[in-house]
Design a protein around this ligand. Sequence first.
Ligand code: HEC
Ligand code: HEC
Length: 245
Amino acid sequence: MKIKPVQLLALVLFGIGGGCWLVAETPAAPAVASTQSVDGKVIFQTVCAQCHGSAGEGKPELKSPSIAGMPSWYVNTQFANLREGRRGHDAADPQSFMMAAVAKALQPEQIKAVVAHVEQMPMKVPVGKDREMANTNPQEGMRLFQERCMECHRYNASGEMAFGSPPLIGRQGWYLEEQLKKFKAGKRGAVKNDVNGAKMVQMTTLFIEDEQMLRDVVAYIMTLNPESKEQQQIIEGSPFESAGR
Ligand code: HEC
Ligand code: HEC
């Protein structure tokens, strides 16, 4: 059993018999528990929940996204990117750097199990501060979305496996904004061989001129989510309603 302590997190490792502990602490980061379990639910609650929330709803204070219901093909791609240095390779991007350390600490069979668990968790509807985009014009954002984004992410932003383009609904507005900025700044998607990430580097540099435009398109994407947690239950066939889309 091996673990690499990383600058940004404190990894707490529970040994096979539950007896062995390894703690490497840094003040600013949350302590991350690791586990030997191969049960997806156990792995989620032990490792992922402390940053992504116990229902996979995400945590603004850690800038961690809602991941509940994320399709397994996309999560698998991101884990491969994180483990192989295409995402989270640079400490100047502390969020994905932290996530990369988590991805590297898991065994392949654990990843398989937790990815399957994440996919069947009910997707979260962003509400309140996770949804609001102050001083934006969703109408302007719609124009850009229809011209440039829906070709890959689909008209309702539900994503398209064939293009590797993930669903954009179910994420928090601030998270989408951050990711678009990362692509535009080359912090994500710019490593050689990141074929899918490269598409977004191109999109953000060619077609998103400034921060207003970037925030407008996110504001439009937020309107594609159901209005509230209550409403998700009455929309028939809503991706939010059924587990695992
Ligand atoms: C130490 C905190 C932490 C832990 C533990 C953690 N994550 Fe993350 N995760 C993050 C942060 C922060 C991000 C956002 C990275 C970014 O901004 O690029 C993230 C991003 C992700 C993404 C990418 C989402 C996307 O939209 O591209 C996936 C998938 C993910 N995490 C799954 C998991 C799973 C599954 C686990 C448990 C095995 C886990 N995470 C454990 C903090 C954490
Ligand atoms: C040519 C296809 C294509 C087009 C057009 C496109 N995207 Fe993407 N987008 C992708 C792919 C592929 C990914 C996944 C990248 C990866 O695997 O890291 C992605 C990822 C994203 C992400 C990150 C989501 C997450 O969970 O981390 C956001 C946000 C996003 N796209 C928004 C947009 C917006 C806004 C537009 C229009 C301005 C757009 N995309 C146009 C293919 C595309």
